[in-house]
Design a protein. Structure first.
Length: 460
């Protein structure tokens, strides 16, 4: 949450369309005083929300989901304009918010404690809500990742104050309106747009915010954790990734080398398979396949159904990606528009050393590094040769090898013969500098509760 430059207007956010650079909206920001007022409102609302019957909370969350469902196209179109996502992807993202709310609503009525045998009486546990939860969402998947924290926190009886990313506040603001339309109590779910160094910092530091859920860079996540540590405030951190795509010679190469494993959302995905590790005996075939596939990728207008990849989020992000790719770097490249918009061509680098910046650091753009390996041991070593451990894929027809490599690679979310990383009904989170804690899955609600233990004596 580095403070913005002094010359930057911190009272408003200017939202640009990444495909055209046109101004979509100008949004007022929340300063520290407004954060304080919002948290205080949330604290009052949370007490009544927590006291409501779980069935009533579930019913309202299902109604919220239904309201989102009736506005899917509106939300998707808004996501295209502010984030540059392909229209089909944006429709899926809006639907994912709906599905997360429905899944969390089911948990509200199943947040069970335990009965533990104890001599002299009965021992029972309760899961009680934390209070006010601060959620700081990223710009790469603004709607779904905001819902990862918001939906289970609300279902568990907490109030949520959400700070969206500076570049993508519009869908979050609309979701807050839809929550009220659906009947959620006022102030139980609030959205505060603003800069990380002002709004985000005030939310993290506020003494009445019981927990912070942050998704973003490892550098900023480290600062969030440090600031929360001063108040012994729990955090969930979903941070960077440099995910390996481990392809053994016996794999189905046509599927394993799908370029959209790292080009989806223009590579702006912590789970993107940007380190393609290929067994030496099929390395040349991999280069040929990727050269053909990359050259065929259609980059352009996100609203065009034929488009397969859109722009990067901002000029700043495009400049960052360019730092990793020199004109002389060997490897196949696709094409991208040259007019207005933050475009970058699909790129695979074939001449990188395993410890080069491009091979080790998170680029967060449509750029992958192709590296050969000799055997299983070297594949595992290369897969783990980064500070990150978020996701990855393993491609082989050998079940034993798949299990051995899955157990050995230090990452939180691995797929065998698949590029899929995230399912809202399974846990998600990283090893090493990719984060702390788990989101989603059947235990998501308990991450937003305190476990209270109560012993009841039965002795006369």
């Amino acid at each position: 949450m580095t403070l913005p430059d002094r010359c930057v207007d911190t009272t408003t956010l200017t939202v640009l369309n990444p495909a055209t650079e046109d101004v979509v909206a100008t949004v007022p920001t929340a300063d520290a005083a407004e954060v304080d007022r919002a948290v205080r409102r949330a604290a009052v609302a949370q007490r009544a929300w927590a006291a409501a019957a779980p069935a009533d909370r579930a019913r309202l969350l299902r109604r919220f989901a239904d309201t989102v469902d009736t506005h899917l196209e509106e939300l998707a179109q808004l996501e295209v304009r502010e984030a540059g996502h392909l229209l089909g992807n944006a429709r899926w993202e809006a639907g994912n918010v709906r599905d997360l709310l429905l899944y969390a609503a089911g948990g509200a009525e199943r947040l069970n404690g335990a009965q533990i045998p104890a001599p002299g009486g009965w021992n029972i546990t309760f899961h009680q809500p934390l209070g006010v939860v601060g959620v700081i969402a990223p710009w790469n998947f603004p709607m779904p990742i905001a819902a990862w924290g918001t939906a289970p926190a609300l279902a568990a009886g907490n109030a949520v104050v959400l700070k969206p990313a500076e570049t993508t506040p519009l869908t979050a603001l609309r979701l807050a309106e839809l929550a009220l339309e659906a009947g959620l109590p006022e102030h139980v779910f609030q959205v505060l747009p603003g800069h990380g160094g002002v709004t985000g910092r005030a939310l993290v530091d506020h003494p009445d915010v019981a927990k912070i859920v942050f998704t973003g860079s490892t550098r900023t996540g480290r600062e969030v954790m440090e600031r929360c540590a001063t108040r012994i405030k729990p955090v969930t951190l979903e941070l960077g990734g440099k995910s390996p795509n481990i392809v053994f010679a016996d794999a189905d190469l046509a599927t394993a080398l799908d370029p959209f494993s790292f080009l989806d959302n223009s590579g702006q995905d912590c789970c993107a398979r940007t380190r393609i590790l290929v067994q030496e005996s099929v390395y040349e075939e991999a280069v040929a396949r990727l050269t053909e596939a990359i050259g065929a990728v259609v980059v352009g207008d996100p609203l065009d159904e034929k488009t397969q990849m859109g722009p990067l989020i901002s000029r700043q992000q495009r400049d960052r990606v360019r730092q990793f790719v020199t004109d002389e770097a060997p490897g196949p490249r696709g094409t991208a528009p040259t007019g207005p918009g933050f475009w970058f061509p699909p790129t695979v680098l074939t001449g990188e050393a395993p410890d080069s910046r491009a091979a080790v650091e998170e680029i967060f753009g449509p750029v992958a590094v192709l590296l050969p390996f000799t055997d299983e041991a070297e594949a595992i070593r290369l897969a783990d040769a980064t500070p990150y451990g978020l996701s990855g894929s393993i491609w082989t027809r050998d079940v034993g090898r798949a299990l051995r490599v899955s157990a050995a690679v230090r990452a939180g979310n691995l797929s065998v013969n698949s590029h899929s990383s995230v399912r809202y009904w399974t846990p998600f989170g990283g090893f090493k500098q990719s984060g702390l804690g788990r989101e989603l899955g059947p235990d998501a609600l308990t991450a937003f509760t305190e476990t209270k233990n109560v012993f009841i004596s039965t002795e006369a």
